[in-house]
Design a protein around this ligand. Structure first.
Ligand code: ATP
Ligand code: MG
Length: 414
């Protein structure tokens, strides 16, 4: 009797034989998907970052233009001839400003420009119009004042304008060269440069401008904030070397001083200039600290004095949400369908929400750091951050909130 196999048995055997092959196939597909996904994620995360090659190319082009006499500046020689200023690393996203760290006589500095190429800035039309004749100082003054008005919305006095020029107009005997005028014009088109320059002698909360070359301006290197950092700023690299044991007490004290300096900055930007200065892009990355723990606003592209702020906010609207400009909000008047020109939240509220809340509530708990005044401080920070949610913006409440935070931080310091 022949033992013929039934189709059912053969099917089972085939399944058993094919199983390892099928598993291998699945494994292979799985690996392929994982490999491709990680390449994709890696590419999309790092695609927007600057590269050393690209940044060095930017400097090479800058120096080429300098040697051709197209542009100039007080640091061009150091960067392009003596090489006492050398590239260190780039710190920008492709879509943002070009921010490059360099070593200048072995000290770190930052070079910044809104656009990559000098030729991408508008040319000063006087240079084309008066190709052969020299340009009068009075014209330069007028053009500069107009550019400051455009950039910052401020009417500047004639006495302020020369501050923006590397060499004081009144001390200058020869007329400006074409390269000098073209370089200055490219800098004046950068709102951040104009604001930094105007506030140089008025504020310790903006970085020192140390010079320029073409469209790049050099500012002091500071310890920048990072949202991912356990205390937002890498204070370990800053504090007195004798504190390096990084005891919790020292970290507490440092964080406390940074918070007080933030409050000082808020007061200063509110009261010490002819107009209130509004910060509309508040995040740890846009602030830095000096070694004495002074907080410095390092990215002021979204900082506006009151007149320009009012212009920005006054838009058409149908609801309050249409009146939000980054961190600066106003309200919609549904009768006129226009946003109110007056800002409805404040620098203090946003700093409470985006800096103090993560610092005093999440980060310190993660570090398991406790302090007797911590719960009071935590409540004060929460109340302050939630003021804008409840639409509370009156001056008196803001003042009380400010003082509550200030007094708690001072008491803690003692
Ligand atoms: N003076 C400085 N010292 C140290 N680091 C700096 C300084 N200025 C800028 N940086 C670093 O470079 C980064 C980018 O600078 P900045 O914020 O001015 O450029 P940005 O293009 O406007 O950035 P974004 O649009 O992402 O806010 C900062 O987050 C900071 O890490
Ligand atoms: Mg920034």
């Amino acid at each position: 009797m022949s033992t013929s196999r039934t189709p059912g048995v053969r099917h089972i055997r085939l399944k058993i034989v094919r199983k390892p092959a099928f598993a291998c196939f699945l494994l292979w597909i799985g690996c392929w998907i994982i490999a491709n996904t990680s390449i994709y994620i890696h590419r999309s995360i790092f695609a927007g970052y600057c590269t050393e090659e690209k940044s060095k190319r930017i400097f090479a082009r800058l120096c080429h233009d300098y040697k051709q006499g197209v542009l100039t500046g007080d640091v061009c020689d150091d960067l392009c001839v003596t090489q006492t200023m050398v590239y260190k690393q780039c710190l920008y996203y492709d879509k943002g400003k070009k921010v490059i760290q360099a070593d200048w006589n072995s000290q770190p500095v930052i070079l910044k420009s809104k656009l990559e190429n000098f030729s991408s800035y508008d040319r000063l039309y006087l240079l084309d119009e008066r190709e052969t004749r020299s340009i009068q100082d009075i014209d330069i003054l007028l053009f500069t004042a107009l550019e400051v008005k455009r950039a910052l919305g401020l009417e500047v006095k004639n006495t302020t304008v020369p501050q923006l020029w590397a060499k004081q107009l009144k001390d200058k005997r020869d007329s400006y060269s074409r390269a000098e005028l073209a370089s200055m014009w490219s800098l004046l088109q950068q709102e951040e440069y104009v604001l930094f320059r105007l506030l140089q002698d008025l504020s310790k909360h903006v970085p020192r401008v140390m010079g320029s070359c073409g469209h790049f301006y050099v500012v002091e290197y500071l310890t920048a904030g990072h949202a991912w950092h356990h205390s937002l700023f890498s204070v370990e690299t800053l504090v007195n070397p004798s504190w390096r044991d990084s005891s919790r007490k020292v970290l507490w004290r440092t964080i406390n001083e940074i918070a007080l300096s933030f409050l000082e900055l808020i007061r200063h930007f509110e009261n010490d200039f002819s107009h209130h200065l509004h910060l509309c892009d508040i995040k740890p990355e846009n602030f830095a600290i000096r070694s004495d723990l002074t907080v410095v606003a390092i990215d002021v592209d979204m900082a506006f004095f009151e007149p320009k702020m009012r212009n920005i906010l006054e838009q058409n609207c149908t609801a309050d949400e249409d009146c939000n400009f980054f961190d600066c909000f106003s309200r919609c008047n549904t009768k006129t369908n226009k946003c109110t020109a007056e800002r409805s939240n404040s620098n203090l509220q946003v700093i409470c929400d985006k800096i103090f809340r993560p610092l005093f509530i999440s980060k310190l708990s993660e570090l398991r750091m406790y302090h007797p005044l911590q719960s009071q401080l935590r409540n004060a920070v929460l109340r302050c951050s939630e003021l804008s949610i409840h639409g509370v913006t009156d001056k008196k409440t803001m003042e009380v909130t400010f003082l509550e935070l200030y007094d708690l931080l001072k008491a803690w310091q003692r």
